[in-house]
Design a protein around this ligand. Structure first.
Ligand code: ATP
Ligand code: MG
Length: 640
């Protein structure tokens, strides 16, 4: 029996319709999925559009809902499963043990002067202490701001300045693909640069990289923990609309925005998504391959699974070490039922021997969810067939905190459709709007994906410290309408399935024709030789812009000979001609073995475009492999 039977939801369409027509009634019911210390007085306060307050007056706590409330029923069941293939460590924390560690961390924070509403910046690798720190903040009502461990000093300094934390929690080092990556020198340099200096830095010493301590500022976690082994730190009951955390967007399209989230709405939204979308049950294991530095890590490594009473795997490592079967080995070992990854990880696996996918017992796994970037059809089909499991794409943003488009098998077993993330989720009044007129577009017509406010629970409250930027950035782009713009293009078919066609600023203009680079990428990807590709618009004196393609082949040796290279380039252009028309044909197809991506797997199209136009590629601190840029420069004839 699915949850759908239990709630008598009928179809997803009805479920969704009710969530919009009777917002308060709908979310009042969902609010029962979490514990409240004091009930809310109002479900929704929308008296100051577009600012939205959910569950006004209610008192609750994220740490209580993720940890404490499970102690009675599952104290000795796994809660946090830490696996590092970098340091060969595996450690399982039960809910009881997790509770202990979180309370100890909370006691340390208290001792270091952290109070309710203070900011704590967390700059850490994927180690359990990072999760303890997040949950400890939630427990005492401090606001955490996790900065992805891959960021270098400059990006870190700007985030320190924006958050003005009283405490930074960090570690000596992370490790990536077997190489130690020291964090402390970067942190020291960032604090030197920052105007707002934290009073204390709490250092977790993994013994990976020796570091210097700044007297009076740097504190040792292990030593402080010893002092608080038996500490008691009760949870702070927070008003639903107090701030739980801030997190910066990936910055793919420019300056990152500090997304601010609440407490109650966030907890309810995650609990509901675990039930209706991810269909995870208490006592089972959830495995998300993301990082705590990204929104997926916040929602679906830490809070979501724990709120649902599931064990969650925290994985420090890559999909390829010690071998290309490691993710599936973990699924087998920990009987993972729900898995969440990104298309980029799957494309990495696609380049390996497919037999790695059949060497492990995957009978526990029900569904693989993928999100973060477009899931192309060939990749979806490949992984679906290789695993013999349903693949569910889901589309959302740092800003929303949980899926906007997907299928909700806890409501109805709607079939998935290749290339489509699915349908609007309950709570999102989604529209496709004409960019200039703001009118709704028709079936199979392209429009900007927009949400009519109020935004549902769990979505961002505002931009940290800048309400004006929140309104201006997100609610002022569609003429004459107060609607939230996702900055993505979409289209809806006759049956209500949506397709994401790329970002609104990834549109190129070739001789007056507006083309989404994503559509051209889809077309190129449909050629069987292509593993992945990126298309950007490059300034052209004649046509305004032309499309330029960078293609990674499944077998790079295929274009070793110049004739073969030219022949394949021609074939790929013909593919685009046939599917989209000659106007969309890339002016050139360059073959590379690697695309510049962020470590979260997003292609840095802006940087590619800059290089093609011989401009400065911008902030590249999260780039996965700088070698990709060298290749690009060589490909377009601009030696570094
Ligand atoms: P910034 O907003 O700073 O430019 P970003 O948009 O890359 O960075 P995120 O919030 O991490 O930051 O990414 C959300 C975006 O990722 C979406 O707006 C969309 O463009 C893309 N995206 C996420 N999931 C999907 C998906 N399933 N299919 C297609 N695109 C997706
Ligand atoms: Mg964005």
């Amino acid at each position: 029996m699915g949850a759908g039977d239990a709630i008598g939801a009928g179809t997803l369409r009805e479920f969704h319709a009710r969530s919009i027509a009777d917002r308060e009634g709908f979310w009042r019911e969902q609010a029962a999925l979490i514990d409240w210390h004091a009930p809310f007085e109002r479900v929704l306060d929308y008296s100051k559009p577009p600012f939205t307050r959910w569950f006004v007056g209610g008192r609750t706590n994220l740490c209580h809902n993720a940890v404490d409330r499970h102690l009675a029923a599952r104290r000795d069941q796994p809660a946090l499963i830490f696996v590092s293939t970098e340091t060969d460590t595996e450690r399982v924390f039960t809910f009881g043990e997790l509770h202990r560690e979180v309370v100890r961390m909370a006691a340390i924070m208290r001792e270091l002067g952290v109070r309710r509403g203070d900011r704590v910046l967390i700059y850490m690798p994927m180690i359990p202490e990072a999760a303890f720190a997040m949950l400890a903040c939630a427990r005492i009502g401090a606001i955490h701001s996790v900065v992805f461990g891959g960021f270098a000093s400059h990006s870190l300094a700007s985030r320190i300045d924006d958050a003005s934390p009283v405490l930074v929690v960090s570690a000596d080092a992370g490790s990536r693909a077997g190489k130690v990556v020291p964090y402390k020198p970067l942190l020291d340099a960032a604090i030197d640069m920052a105007g707002n200096k934290p009073a204390n830095v709490l250092m977790v010493d993994r013994g990976l990289a020796p570091f210097e301590r700044v007297a009076g500022r740097d504190r040792d976690y292990a030593a402080l923990r010893e002092r608080h082994l038996d500490a008691e730190v009760p949870v702070e009951w927070l008003e639903s609309n107090e701030v739980s955390y801030t997190l910066y967007t990936s910055g793919t399209t420019g300056v990152p925005k500090g997304v601010q989230r609440d407490v109650g709405g966030h907890a309810v939204a995650l609990a509901a998504s675990m039930k209706y979308i991810f269909c995870g049950n208490p006592g089972e294991t959830y495995f998300s391959t993301s990082d705590i530095g990204w929104v997926v890590g916040h929602s679906y490594i830490v809070y979501g699974p724990l709120i649902a009473g599931m064990a969650t795997i925290m994985y420090e490592g890559t999909p390829l070490r010690p071998d290309a079967g490691i993710l599936w080995q973990l699924v087998e070992k920990y009987r993972v039922t729900v898995m969440f990854s990104a298309p980029t990880a799957i494309r990495v696996l696609k380049k390996q021997d497919p037999s790695w996918l059949s060497r492990h017992d995957l009978s526990s796994l029900r569904t693989l969810f993928l999100a973060g970037e477009p899931l192309d059809e060939p990749t979806a089909r490949w992984i679906g067939e290789a695993l013999g499991k349903p693949i569910v794409d889901n589309y959302w943003q740092t800003e929303t905190g949980w899926p906007i488009l997907t299928v909700a098998h806890g409501v109805e077993k709607t079939p998935t459709r290749l290339g489509s993330p699915g349908m609007p989720m309950y709570g999102y009044d989604l529209r496709l709007l004409h960019e200039q007129t703001g009118e709704e577009v028709g079936v199979n017509e392209k429009g900007v994906v927009a949400i009519v406010p109020p935004l549902p629970p769990g979505c961002m409250q505002t931009v940290w410290g800048d309400d004006e930027r929140f309104v201006k950035t997100y609610f002022s782009t569609i003429p004459g309408k107060l609607v939230y713009s996702t900055f993505d293009w979409g289209i809806r078919d006759e049956d209500g399935y949506y397709f994401i066609l790329g970002r609104t600023d990834d549109v190129i203009n070739v001789a007056g024709h507006r083309l989404g680079t994503r559509e051209i990428e889809e077309s190129l990807s449909s050629h069987q030789a292509v593993a992945e590709c990126a298309v950007v618009g490059v300034a052209d004196s004649l046509k305004g812009q032309v499309a330029m393609a960078f293609v990674v082949l499944k077998d790079p040796a295929r274009v070793a000979a110049p004739e073969a290279r030219m022949a394949l380039e021609g074939e790929l252009m013909a593919t685009v001609d046939k599917q989209l028309g000659a106007v969309a044909r890339p002016s050139r197809v360059h073959f590379v073995t690697l695309l510049p991506k962020t470590r979260s797997g997003k292609v840095l199209r802006r940087s590619i475009q800059a290089i093609c136009e011989a401009r400065d590629p911008g902030d590249l601190t999260t780039i996965e492999d700088p070698g990709a840029l060298e290749q690009l420069r060589r490909a377009v004839g601009l030696e570094a």
